[in-house]
Ligand binder design. Structure first.
Ligand SMILES: O=C1C[C@@](O)(C(=O)O)C[C@@H](O)[C@@H]1O
Length: 216
């Protein structure tokens, strides 16, 4: 199980203040670029790559958690094309931006902030059909049964597609178990936080390191 830790700087000053030591034990850093204005992204990208030069980094520009999509499909496609080769992985919202072409290092990702959809296995298959490096789904469970369903769909999908790197999680309080036990059911990465979390239910990096030590 790899531990991914998001950073969400809102200014260049915040990037300068990031204490890389705190992130040393993360396997992967996720840069949530959507907290910065588009016109500073290129300078920010250089600084972030410099700061975390020894770690794998995901470039993510999340729009699915915004009430209104603040970027056109063309501008989003442009971002993906510009930053894909500069980072280890690039998150692509394939269910929202359907016509986008996927770079080799794409994480095909989809968030549902209201539910664990009943057609989750179709969603995973649709994303996987695009042949991304990673398929990632995060959803909001309403009941414990939703949490179990996410885990069992994850296991079924990973058994059917053993070559596909898969990452799933149920957000929020009742979904927390998926962040700990996901690996046992076919989800290869878990997201944990340092200072601020990027989604409800994330454990801290130090908690996740303890859990990983116990589970392995
Ligand atoms: O896709 C994900 C997963 C996530 O939403 C979570 O629930 O931990 C956190 C996001 O930063 C990341 O892009």
């Amino acid at each position: 199980m790899k531990i991914v830790v998001p950073i969400m700087p809102t200014s260049m000053a915040e990037i300068a203040l990031l204490e890389t030591k705190k992130y040393q034990e993360a396997d992967i850093i996720e840069w949530r670029a959507d907290f910065l204005p588009l016109d500073v992204l290129s300078t920010a990208a250089q600084q972030i790559k410099q700061k975390f030069s020894s770690q794998d980094i995901i470039f993510t520009y999340r729009t699915e958690d915004k009430a209104e999509c603040n970027i056109t499909e063309m501008a989003y496609a442009n971002l993906i094309a510009t930053y894909a080769s500069a980072f280890t992985y690039i998150d692509v919202e394939v269910m929202r931006f359907k016509t986008i072409s996927l770079p080799d290092n794409a994480i095909a990702s989809y968030h549902d902030f209201n539910q664990i959809p009943l057609n989750l296995s179709d969603i995973l298959s649709t994303m996987s059909a695009r042949q991304p490096k990673v398929v990632k789904f995060a959803g909001m469970p309403k009941t414990k049964a939703d949490v179990l369903r996410l885990m069992s769909e994850t296991q079924a999908f990973s058994l059917q597609h053993p070559q596909q790197l898969l990452v799933t999680m149920a957000m929020g309080e009742i979904g927390k178990i998926t962040r700990l036990a996901g690996d046992s059911f076919g989800s290869s990465w878990t997201f944990a936080s340092v200072d601020a979390s990027s989604a409800p239910g994330q454990f801290s990096l130090s908690e996740m390191l303890q859990a990983k030590a116990l589970l392995n």
